[in-house]
Design a protein around this ligand. Structure first.
Ligand SMILES: [Zn+2]
Length: 167
């Protein structure tokens, strides 16, 4: 299971970008490090990965908010608190699937509800870059990012792009 994630998901640009967006720059290293470990203390993680402490804590807390990591708090006899962390891989897989695969099905539903959308073939490499009809009209059907001609987005295009993006 854990290997499946690192091989199938972490190698995908779209997944890496999602994780970096949501959990911070260091989350890829963090997930790679924690993937085959049980609870590891925050100090130990920082020491082993070399991730800057503040940045590590930020990633851990964001992952905890998304419920993809579990925290265990242990107080010793002097009252010193140590935080231990373990990745919840089932939750992480679900999170990735909802956020990455969900994006494609959301787009398909939009089209099924009759929305007219336009996409940029040049920019749709790691995700589908699309615009509403109104925005496209404002942009005179040229991509505001790269200037390419925008094209009408169809369900077939989404399926094709999905295959390319997730390959
Ligand atoms: Zn473009």
């Amino acid at each position: 299971m854990n290997d499946k994630i690192t091989e199938n998901y972490l190698g995908l640009n779209i997944v890496r970008r999602l994780l970096i967006d949501k959990f911070g720059e260091d989350s890829i290293v963090l997930i790679g490090y924690l993937k085959d470990k049980d609870f590891v203390s925050e100090e130990q993680i920082a020491q082993d990965t070399g991730i800057f402490y503040k940045s590590l804590q930020k990633s851990l807390i964001r992952m905890q908010d998304a419920k993809v990591i579990v925290c265990k708090k242990i107080t010793d006899e002097t009252g010193y608190i140590t935080y231990y962390w373990r990745i919840d891989f089932d939750a992480l897989v679900e999170y990735i699937q909802e956020n990455v695969y969900g994006m494609f099905s959301q787009l398909i539903s939009k089209l099924e509800y009759g929305e007219e959308l336009y996409y940029c073939p040049s920019c749709s490499i790691e995700g589908i870059v699309y615009y509403s009809y109104e925005d496209s009209l404002d942009y005179q059907f040229k991509c505001p990012r790269c200037g390419s001609d925008l094209k009408l987005l169809t369900i077939e295009t989404i399926e094709n792009l999905k295959e390319k993006i997730l390959k």
